[in-house]
Design a protein around this ligand. Structure first.
Ligand SMILES: [Zn+2]
Ligand SMILES: [Zn+2]
Length: 359
């Protein structure tokens, strides 16, 4: 089978690989249809994710068709169209029992696909713990309720935005929200904050005008702040304080993952507010407790558990939430290198979520 392989630092190659086979009775083999590229895949290529080593087939987001099932997998049949979760969960270890699927204690639990074992950017993938890690797409007559490409956003992007961003940031009706970073996860967070929780102010901050334009076009933000100007973060901070009438924001969602953005989050959190970190941080960040110790705030940092996926799938199916505007580019498998190049130059290419069609 053909597969997209992290072959060397900063390099992907499309290679011929043996198709995977069932190794545990709880496994499934999925014939992949669509896989999206994630910012985390770019981190892997840069060597930022020490568990992911050259030789790995990339991909932890996607949709496919059940090809074969281990003897212990119930509730699924060959031919079912499924969302593959980025997190594999045994469902019975103490972490899973507590809802912490991302920290499943099984050898093949947690975020392993496209990380420690071969991922979804291939014609076939082996999915461990298939029963709890696959989500069947509903059908309405012969018509799919959610387009399969859009459903790929439920593997990681939307659950991460909700579980690591919107919920721990405590977004409430009539509250104020700032999302720092208008990438796919930041925008998904802004869209869900606004449409599911009715805050009175949502502001999106980024350095890229096209991304801010998209935030406006999606109706994700009441206001946008561009911090690419001469005044940089300082000027942006001034704008944020003006927009929040000097109070700062009840909910601060950090969706970048660099020290400057987390510093900004600490500057703009209101008394009684919460900072939710979504960004993947590779460098240490200063924590300003000398300013924050008495402000009754909370700071939350987490990996996605994908416990929200069934609920989000229902919202997608009923049309209450639509992820499709975030998909800006679709590439055939034969243009995988170009897909990754576009993702690397996402700001310049005006790319948000990029999908590779595998079949
Ligand atoms: Zn991802
Ligand atoms: Zn587990």
């Amino acid at each position: 089978m053909k597969a997209i392989v992290y072959s060397a630092p900063n390099t992907i190659t499309v290679e011929e690989r043996p198709a995977p086979t069932l190794t545990h009775p709880t496994d499934a083999i999925i014939r992949m249809q669509h896989s999206s590229i994630c910012g985390t895949d770019l981190h892997i290529l840069k060597g930022d994710v020490s568990t992911a080593q050259p030789g790995l087939i990339l991909g932890h987001e996607g949709v496919g068709i059940v090809h074969s099932l281990g003897s212990a997998v119930s509730g699924l049949s060959p031919g079912d169209q499924v969302i593959l979760s980025c997190v594999s969960a045994c469902g019975v270890c103490p972490a899973c029992r507590g809802g912490l699927y991302s920290h499943c204690e099984d050898d093949e639990g947690g975020w392993i696909l496209g990380n420690t074992i071969d991922g979804m950017q291939a014609e076939y993938v082996r999915v461990p713990h298939a029963r709890s890690s696959l989500f069947k797409l509903g059908t309405h007559g012969s018509e799919k309720l959610v387009k399969p490409r859009t459903a790929a956003l439920l593997s990681d992007a939307f659950p991460t935005a909700l579980e690591c961003g919107v919920k721990p940031a405590g977004v409430k009706p009539a509250s104020s929200v700032v999302v720092i970073g208008a990438g796919p996860v930041g925008l998904a967070a802004a869209v869900m904050a606004r449409s599911l929780y009715a805050p009175s102010l949502v502001v999106v901050v980024d350095r890229n005008a096209a991304r801010l334009e998209m935030a406006r076009a999606l109706g994700a933000a009441h206001e946008v702040v561009d911090c690419s100007g001469e005044g940089g973060d300082e000027e942006a901070l001034g704008q944020l304080m003006r927009l929040s009438e000097g109070k700062g924001f009840d909910s601060v969602i950090e969706a970048v993952g660099v020290p400057g953005s987390f510093e900004m989050a600490q500057e703009v959190v209101a008394v009684g507010g919460a900072i939710a970190n979504v960004g993947v941080h590779g460098k240490k960040v200063d924590l300003h407790l000398e300013r924050l110790w008495d402000r009754n705030i909370s700071i939350h940092a987490s990996l996605v558990d994908t416990t929200s996926t069934p609920m989000l799938l229902r919202l997608f199916e009923t049309g209450q939430l639509d992820g499709s505007p975030l998909i800006t580019h679709v590439f055939p498998f034969s243009k995988a290198e170009q897909a990754y190049e576009t993702c690397r130059a996402a700001a310049k290419e005006k790319a948000m979520k990029i999908i590779i069609d595998i079949d």
